[in-house]
Design a protein around this ligand. Structure first.
Ligand SMILES: CCCCCCCCCCCCC/C=C/[C@@H](O)[C@H](COP(=O)(O)O)NC(=O)CCCCCCCCCCCCCCC
Ligand SMILES: Nc1ncnc2c1ncn2[C@@H]1O[C@H](COP(=O)(O)OP(=O)(O)O)[C@@H](O)[C@H]1O
Ligand SMILES: [Ca+2]
Length: 589
């Protein structure tokens, strides 16, 4: 069947590009053109997967900086994805490649354009035709509108995508629109903004899907329904972590091209249940302590733009706080992967593909992908939960690496985008120099988990609560700046929640008292006010002022127009070995 289709689409002709003659071949999967008049050795060949052809137009056409069409009879122009490496980040930049072909006759020209269009329809079924685009005009450096109109809209137009654009006038407008308005006919939704805008789309799309399925999303026991609408992100925010971690670069053109060709990247989502029956969703950071405090502080300084996080980070760091709490977690299957196995989740990731089979019982049946998720708690009992009690600088949970420009490898460099697990990072109370070392390692390739006061666990669910009242009343705001480690928070212990040992507390003699503190004059001004006993949660950039939460990871709940990070090195090997391969061989197609 496939071979038959391949044969029907196959086309081979001698065409001109400029003043050189090429042998052009369309196989259905690839469009390839090889210089015809040269001897074998220096033959110039270009091969583009059909899946990466953006569009084909009759005549000699240019798109950027402005559209121009020279309507000639025997010419056609092919637009496609072209890669270049990015010096500043880990992924590859995508640009719009363009080649103008001249045919010997108009009939042949029409045959070529028709065949390419049919090949696109056949081999790229997820390409969007209609998109809803939300632009936050105030995100990041406030360039959202300009970025969309100058860099993204021309590409959508070229690909024949019709877009309904809404420039937001208030926070949560995009989320509310997705929850309430008619979405018939839309293939996907796109945000132009930062992680906060993405979060609005995430909430809208998940909420709408559960509403339509008649499910109560606030009930942590419910298995949520996979979302049929794809989400696209055009980065124009402050951290842009979700874009960075799923594409590898912060670049509007690259992201727009991923949308245009209908790339599809499943993504794990963490539901955070808090307060009386409320839920929020996160894909990057659910953080208590340091990251919660940084976010709360940064809200006061929004006018600073993206720099507010650095400023607030320094302020919070200097206030040297730590918080008591009880963390319980449900470990993931250690045979699948580990947060310290030094692997990276790249495009075509094997761990994620294997997890797809585990997460969806009938993975071979495409249609069942959205209905047969077996949920994370199919076999677990209370005995499987592990409980940890102590004082922490921060507690972070992330469903993916959470890499961003500040931290190119991310909060958890070996986390996976779509394996149905999250990484729980516990940073016990430690002296400021120790904590600074931990933070600083995020900016280098040094292992931030290789520190005595840090632990990381791959998990399926997490519970957090404040320590019991007597313990909570203990002082906070630690002023110890020594490096001896004695004041470290790592004197709690670990136990199975359901077992007899249950919730171990710190051993006698190691309890921190105010006498242990060493005052540092530099810090004094910041610490004289009474430090709070509880922090807030940072849920993908939104403050949740309820310390007690329950988090559950939903494997591959949503899909993005992305394909994971492409590794430049493997791409090069691949290109050297097989000329016709224009990208990483392991990609699923
Ligand atoms: C010493 C250098 C330390 C660098 C530490 C970098 C850690 C970076 C981890 C980033 C994880 C990001 C997770 C994503 C969060 C976003 O959802 C969320 C919302 O983003 P949006 O505004 O684009 O909508 N962003 C955030 O919550 C921002 C978190 C950023 C934390 C940055 C902390 C900077 C710390 C600087 C410490 C400086 C110490 C100086 C000592 C004198
Ligand atoms: N028109 C608007 N006015 C005010 N806030 C908005 C508007 N549109 C969106 N928002 C909110 O602004 C917040 C930050 O947006 P985001 O695009 O993530 O930028 P940044 O990365 O700079 O924080 C989001 O939480 C979003 O809900
Ligand atoms: Ca994951």
């Amino acid at each position: 069947m496939r071979a038959q289709m391949e044969n029907d689409l196959r086309l081979e002709s001698s065409l001109w590009v400029g003043n050189k003659r090429y042998l052009a071949v369309l196989t259905g999967w690839h469009l390839k053109w090889t210089e015809a008049d040269k001897k074998n050795r220096d033959k110039k060949a270009v091969s583009v997967p059909v899946a990466e052809v953006v569009g084909v137009e009759e005549g000699r056409v240019e798109i950027l900086p402005h559209k121009s069409v020279e309507d000639t009879d025997r010419d056609f122009t092919v637009f496609y994805v072209k890669r270049s490496s990015s010096r500043s980040s880990s992924g590859l930049l995508w640009r719009l490649g363009r080649t103008q072909f001249t045919c010997p006759s108009r009939v042949l020209r029409d045959q070529w354009t028709r065949h390419i269009r049919t090949a696109l329809k056949t081999h790229s079924p997820l390409r969007p035709h209609r998109l809803m685009v939300f632009i936050n005009p105030f995100g990041g450096k406030k360039k959202g509108r300009q970025i969309y109109h100058s860099q993204v809209a021309p590409l959508f137009e070229l690909a024949g995508i019709s877009s309904h654009v809404i420039v937001t006038e208030r926070a949560n407008q995009a989320r509310d629109h997705l929850l309430k308005k008619d979405l018939t006919g839309f293939d996907g939704v796109v945000c132009v903004g930062g992680d906060g805008m993405f979060s609005e789309l995430l909430h809208g799309v998940i909420g709408r899907t559960q509403q339509e399925a008649g499910l109560c999303e606030n009930d942590p026991a419910v298995t949520l329904q996979q979302c049929p609408l794809h989400i696209g992100i055009i980065p124009a925010g402050s951290t842009d972590c979700v874009c960075y971690a799923t594409v590898g670069v912060i670049d509007p053109v690259t992201s727009a091209l991923h949308i245009v060709i209908g790339d599809s990247q499943p993504l794990d989502v963490c539901s955070v249940h808090y307060g009386p029956g409320q839920v929020k969703y996160s894909v990057s950071l659910v953080g208590y302590g340091f990251y919660g405090d940084v976010l709360a502080e940064s809200e006061k300084h929004r006018w600073m733009g993206p720099f507010r996080y650095d400023y607030s980070g320094a302020v919070v760091f200097l206030s040297n706080r730590s918080y008591r709490g009880t963390v319980q977690y449900l470990p993931a299957d250690p045979l699948m992967s580990s947060p310290r196995d030094k692997t990276r989740c790249l495009s075509g990731c094997g761990v994620c593909s294997k997890s797809t089979e585990k997460l969806f019982t009938n993975s071979s049946d495409e249609g069942s992908l959205y209905s047969s998720y077996s949920g994370p708690f199919s076999n677990e009992s209370e005995d499987d939960w592990v409980s940890v009690d102590g004082r922490f600088k921060c507690v972070s949970l992330t469903c993916m690496s959470s890499s961003c420009a500040k931290s190119p490898l991310g909060l958890s460099p070996s986390a996976h985008l779509a394996d149905g697990t999250g990484d729980l990072i516990l940073v016990w109370d430690t002296n400021p120099l120790g904590f600074l070392t931990y933070l600083y390692r995020h900016t280098t390739s040094q292992d931030q988990f290789d520190l005595p006061f840090v632990e990381v666990h791959r998990v399926k669910a997490v519970r957090f609560s404040l320590a019991s009242e007597g313990e909570e009343a203990e002082d906070n705001g630690g002023l110890n700046i020594g490096m001896d480690g004695e004041d470290g928070g790592y004197n709690g212990s670990t136990s199975r929640a359901g077992s007899k040992q249950n919730l171990a507390t710190r051993p006698e003699g190691q309890t921190k008292t105010s006498k242990d503190k060493t005052l540092n004059p530099f810090m004094c001004g910041l610490c004289c006010r009474k430090a709070p006993t509880a922090s807030v949660w940072n849920c993908d950039g939104e403050i949740l002022p309820f310390p007690k939460i329950f988090c559950k990871i939903h494997g591959q709940l949503v899909r993005l127009y992305a394909r994971g990070i492409e590794d430049g090195a493997s791409l090069k090997d691949c290109a050297e070995e097989r000329l016709e391969c224009n990208r990483t061989c392991s990609l699923p197609r």
